[in-house]
Design a protein around this ligand. Structure first.
Ligand SMILES: [Zn+2]
Length: 298
């Protein structure tokens, strides 16, 4: 509908104004200039189609100054259905006009209204499909889930303390039963930039796996950008690019690895660990025991 509302459809009137045609008349009725309003709404051939549409459309008054004016009169959320129906029918009317001009074919008003209704149904089905797919994707990475057997999953997260100019990193290593194998808390006197800290966190997570002698790993974090960079083949020249190249180098030494995104809700335990790392004075590595600060989150 955008093209219609901006008055740019190539109607005879518009082509006449641009000196492409020498007559502005409607090619169907030959009674009036073919403006957009005429072609899609007021031409008798178009009105025949609108009379076959829903009652609400039939109740609209017939005199308007522009399509935009009709749309504006409907532009409230409870009339969204009507706006969609109007758009679909107008599109079909314009397609029929072109078929007539270029192929001398002319569909009946009734069949055109039916086609528009079927377009509308298709569009709503598509919207429904997309929204259930989005919902599924949303649910997929909300909850933490254990890795397959013989694979370790490593979650990491970052926290920053702007006032004290410190960053904290939390790393949790778990096996296929979901048991915590090791945790690491790191704190550094670094510029408190979250993106940078997330990148350093990924590097520290990969280093820890190497240190523990793990060979098959899944790196999981809630920093979507970091995950995307790890999974991309191209080199990255952003401020965190050098660190990310180190992460990729480190990961290439494992037998198998993958990097996946989890939503924050699923990474809560690691986030708590990172926050705790900010308040502890030294970095620590705990093997086969769960630090008390995250016991309620595991
Ligand atoms: Zn006409």
């Amino acid at each position: 509908m955008w093209r219609v509302c901006n008055e740019v459809l190539p109607t005879n009137f518009n082509l006449f104004k641009r000196k492409i045609l020498d007559k502005p008349l409607c090619p169907i009725c030959w009674q009036e200039d073919e403006t957009i309003l005429h072609a899609l709404w007021s031409c008798l051939a178009a009105q025949d189609v609108w009379h076959n549409c829903s009652r609400k459309i039939q109740k609209l008054k017939s005199q308007w100054h522009s399509i935009q004016e009709i749309m504006n009169s409907l532009d409230s959320t409870d009339q969204q259905d009507l706006v969609e129906e109007l758009a679909m029918v107008a599109k079909r009317i314009w397609m029929r006009r072109n078929e007539f001009v270029f192929k001398q074919e002319f569909k009946s008003p009734n069949s055109l209204a039916e086609l528009a209704i079927s377009d509308l149904r298709d569009m709503r089905n598509m919207q429904m499909k997309n929204s259930t797919r989005d919902q599924r994707l949303h649910n997929q990475n909300v909850n933490w889930s254990p890795p397959p057997i013989h694979v370790w999953k490593i979650n990491w997260d970052a926290a920053i303390d702007k006032a004290k100019c410190k960053v904290g990193i939390g790393i949790i290593v778990r096996n296929h039963t979901g048991s915590v194998v090791a945790t690491s808390r790191l704190n550094r006197p670094l510029y408190p930039d979250l993106a940078l800290t997330e990148a350093i966190g990924a590097l520290e997570a990969a280093r820890l796996c190497h240190h523990l002698g793990l060979t098959n790993i899944i790196l999981e974090g809630d920093a979507l950008q970091v995950i995307q960079v790890i999974n991309s083949r191209s080199e990255n020249w952003s401020s965190t690019g050098m660190i990310m190249e180190d992460v990729k180098g480190q990961l290439s030494t494992f037998e198998s690895w993958s990097a996946i995104h989890i939503r924050r809700e699923g990474n809560k335990a690691t986030h708590e660990l990172a926050r705790n790392a900010l308040v502890t004075s030294t970095s620590s590595l705990d093997v086969d025991c769960i630090p008390s600060c995250i016991i309620n989150f595991i």
